[in-house]
Design a binder for this molecule. Sequence first.
Ligand SMILES: *Cc1c(COP(=O)(O)O)cnc(C)c1O
Ligand code: SF4
Length: 346
Amino acid sequence: MRIVTPSGDPVRSASADDFPYPVRWQNAMKAALRDPAELCRLLQLPEACSEAAIAAASDFPLFVPREFAAKMTLGDPHDPLLVQVLPVLRELDSPQGFTVDPVGDDQAVLTPGLLQKYAGRALLVTTGACAVHCRYCFRRHFPYAEVPSGVAAWSDAIAALAADPSIQEVLLSGGDPLTLADATLAQLAQQLAAIPHLRRIRVHTRLPIMIPQRINDQLLSWLVGTRLTPIVVIHANHPRELDLPVVAAIDRLNQAGVMVLNQAVLLAGVNDDVDVLAELSERLIDQRVTPYYLHQLDRVKGAAHFEVPRERGVDLIRQLRARLPGYAVPRYVEEIAGQPNKTIIA
Ligand SMILES: *Cc1c(COP(=O)(O)O)cnc(C)c1O
Ligand code: SF4
């Protein structure tokens, strides 16, 4: 399928030879789909689909890059990529146990925007913006409006990091840090590198999957341009997310010397299937990406229909272990508020 931007530029090319895309990543963000009716129309889905999506999108709007939509199968409301991003009426259910802050973020705040739950590493919520709105996101109710963004606004967080020699690694998270401008991120990286006890900078991002042209020279130059060891944790849930342009973006990270890991979330109707998870791992390893974590769904309000029972998850991991080399099997984890690390289920 071929989707065009409002300017008429093709945003999906037929071959990897066309990489990088003709559309700059900033324009791809601007051109992203925000109207459920438009997404449903592009994918040739029934009218009922878009009515439901409009009703369900009210508190967490739809946001889908055209690059990602272009990988979905026309006419299939159960497409595993679509299911991750299309609002559905079941989001409005509120079963017991699904809350607005399931992972205890409120309790972990060091300074506004800086969270620490685990020894040696702190997480900076750099921005509330993402390159996609994942319907199962545990931060879908996070009070992002209260999060400071920009180099001046991070000065308290930088001071807190500088004052705590036990911290060795800073995670840039969000939202998605790579929605910020490279000039801003370069300044941040320099300020972090100036803190002697910091050793690593880790970026948690879905942009290489959603808008792969984001992995451009400007980004690589700050990411590998300080003394800090760079790590990028991408987020792919299904092997079909790893198409040629995404592979090319991962190659650029590899070639620049960045350690690349993947985290996935176990999602009903997306990847709760041993063949899908095995193929995801195989494709990641083909690209020299380590399958790091498979997360049990955080019990966030609006996402109950994505939950896979833990016994089923354990069984899937058991089957994966019997099929794949040990390094290709992710750790199946869940986040329990107040624990000193993510808890390994299997
Ligand atoms: C998940 C998480 C981390 C990273 O944990 P690792 O096990 O090192 O990947 C760090 N800080 C916070 C607040 C987290 O939620
Ligand atoms: S990219 Fe990450 S933070 Fe953003 S909506 Fe998706 S899961 Fe949530």
